[in-house]
Design a protein around this ligand. Structure first.
Ligand SMILES: Nc1ncnc2c1ncn2[C@@H]1O[C@H](COP(=O)(O)OP(=O)(O)OP(=O)(O)O)[C@@H](O)[C@H]1O
Ligand SMILES: [Mg+2]
Length: 252
């Protein structure tokens, strides 16, 4: 079962629209993608191209119209309410653009919240390693308002990682950060993939952010139109300039 080539998450011909009749929007028009275990993948594409929708569908936060979505060997679209709740809580981590920390809780309490909700014990050694890696050791008793934006987002990263999820999904995690704080967060995501074998999927509009990833997938009009491996920021910029939803997939 194990092995690096096995997909941590997978979409197979996924279709998803919003609204009905004339107002219907096809957010995903037949997306198939495998996200390899332990790899860091970036998703890029114009506004409205379906990036957030794809991540939400993969993470079991939104339903699909047809196709299949897998997290490891679990078919997400086959799960009922209880199974979905457990999947979201125990097997995926989500990092949002707006951090989504609870203001009344300290950094430490925010980080361990998913475990508390799931009734799981905190693995202290793992918690310490994550906190050390995000560089929050001396900020654990602070509340979100007492932390900088970059520190808050690193708390959100630690919260996503502390339950050792099969996949961490991050939707524009550096969108609200200055470039230095953004680099801290990206460096942490990169390390968690390299050092902890954590699978990461990150939406970004920033070519430099995407260059931290092992692979970049480009969406246009709800379809995957390009892919880059070992991307440089220049290669990402060049690809974005030439994005066109009508073109066939080209793997560089
Ligand atoms: N809840 C919704 N109801 C109706 N339409 C929606 C909903 N969510 C998304 N859409 C539509 O689906 C399409 C894809 O949206 P999505 O949020 O996935 O885009 P995105 O690539 O993440 O864009 P951005 O870069 O602006 O975040 C868009 O046309 C959007 O208007
Ligand atoms: Mg989005």
């Amino acid at each position: 079962m194990a092995g690096k080539s096995e997909a941590a998450a997978r979409a197979v011909d996924v279709w998803k629209s919003y609204g009905t009749g004339e107002a219907a929007v096809t957010a995903l028009g037949g997306v198939s993608v495998e996200l390899d275990r332990g790899r860091f993948t970036a998703i890029m594409g114009p506004s409205g191209s379906g990036k957030s929708t794809l991540m939400h569908c993969l993470a079991g936060l939104d339903t699909i119209d047809s196709g299949d979505v897998w997290i490891g060997d679990t078919k997400v679209n086959g799960l009922r309410d209880k199974g979905l709740t457990e999947l979201r809580r125990d097997r995926v981590g989500f990092i949002f653009q707006q951090f989504n920390l609870l203001p009344t809780l300290t950094a430490e309490e925010n980080i361990t919240l998913p475990l508390a909700i799931g009734g799981r014990k905190v693995d202290r050694a793992w918690f310490d390693l994550v906190v050390e890696t995000v560089g929050l050791r001396d900020r654990l008793s602070h509340r979100p308002t007492q932390l900088s934006g970059g520190q808050q987002q690193r708390v959100a990263c630690a919260r996503a990682l502390v339950s050792r999820p099969q996949v961490v999904f991050a939707d524009e995690p550096t969108g609200n950060l200055d470039s230095r704080s953004g680099a801290e967060v990206l460096g942490f995501l990169r390390r968690s993939s390299t050092e902890f074998d954590q699978t990461i999927v990150m939406v970004t509009h920033d070519a430099v952010a995407a260059s931290y990833a092992d692979r970049v997938i480009f969406l246009a009009d709800g379809r995957i139109v390009r892919e880059l491996h070992h991307p440089t920021a220049d290669a990402v910029l060049e690809t974005m300039k030439n994005l066109d939803g009508d073109e066939e997939l080209v793997v560089a």
